[in-house]
Design a binder for this molecule. Sequence first.
Ligand code: RM4
Ligand code: MN
Ligand code: MN
Length: 424
Amino acid sequence: MQIEKNKIDEHNQSLIKEHKRRFDFIAAEINNIDEIIEKLRTFQIAIPSWALGSGGTRFGRFSIGGEPRNLEEKIEDIGLLHSLNKNSGAISLHIPWDIPSDANHIKNLAAQFDIKFDAMNSNTFQDQPNQKLSYKFGSMQHVDKAVRKQAIEHNIEVIKYGIELGSKSLTVWLSDGSCFPGQLNFRKAFQNTLESLKEVYAALPNDWKMFVEYKAYEPNFYSTTVGDWGQSLLYTNKLGDKAYTLVDLGHHLPNANIEQIVALLLMEKKLGGFHFNDSKYGDDDLTTGSIKPYQLFLIFNELIEGMDARNMNHAKDLGWMIDASHNVKDPLEDLLQSVEAIMIAYTQALIIDRKKLTEAQNNNDVVTGQEVLQNAFRTNVRPLVAEARLRNGGALQPIQLFRNESVRKNLINQRGLKTIATGL
Ligand code: RM4
Ligand code: MN
Ligand code: MN
């Protein structure tokens, strides 16, 4: 199911007057408005191939119906999202959930929708039906060399799939760790993991990046072998210039200062990319910006400040990905909301009065510092994000159009009520 261009135009026509009024109001306040809109137009956020169907919890899974049955249908769904918001022109693939058995065909299909391949994800946190050795006690950290070898080989295979598709990065997230004191020798687990990562790193093409994603806990509850940004940084520093730390917003202990982590990783040239989501307690994988929008804004503040300090390209130099799980909402609507929230936070960070902020910091003027940040955060920048979409040929109100076109009903008609997408 796709939404025709003329439907988007009609929808925009019906809203254009109101939009223009809102846009002119806010645009009058901003000096470099065209520069900002251009940045918004080029910013793309990758959609995870594992989050296009209903997610589940330990207790159950409630299917939404019309879920994509294969990789082709997943790409079509992302194509639909991208035609509406023009900011989700990328997919991040999880192997073996989404093996591109015919790479050329998949590549062509994605190109039709203007979709690129962002980071490839390996999976050594589950056992697959035909797998020889089990990951129950870890993969790259495992005491048995043969298990480690299997995990290494899987990652190398994932790189091969990525090369065929034109991806340029591999994300390694390991669930390795332990559930009980005494289960593991921490040092040996670290060293085994490092040795394994080194072998994967050696198979990385020159123009690729490797992202080492950390997570504090779950599924292991006593220790995790890549448990926080310090541990990830230890690995990536030892691995080399192509290795970077990946920050998933839900992977910290409660109340961690993620914006500070981001600032320091950027300073060290070791921030590689992001998994956006939101959470109240742990790795809740909720819609980005739904719980802590101010935190998201503060993170973007550090991102822009740090990237600009190094002359980095906002759109290209870091990997921007969503990593969410949709248990109660329509996954496609949820993803539209996440992308919108990311775009809003990015825009708010772009309109911060940086000069004034720096002055306030240099003068220890704490009050002004807070005022500068909150001025930007409390500005309604939605018309700017909508304007960028409009100039890109997208829809002024993506969710409204999605509903008016009864997309989910159509997908259920096409694919059936009982389909289950691979993924979380
Ligand atoms: C993990 C982590 C990884 C993701 C898996 C599915 O918690 O966030 O990035 O690939 O979930
Ligand atoms: Mn993640
Ligand atoms: Mn996660």
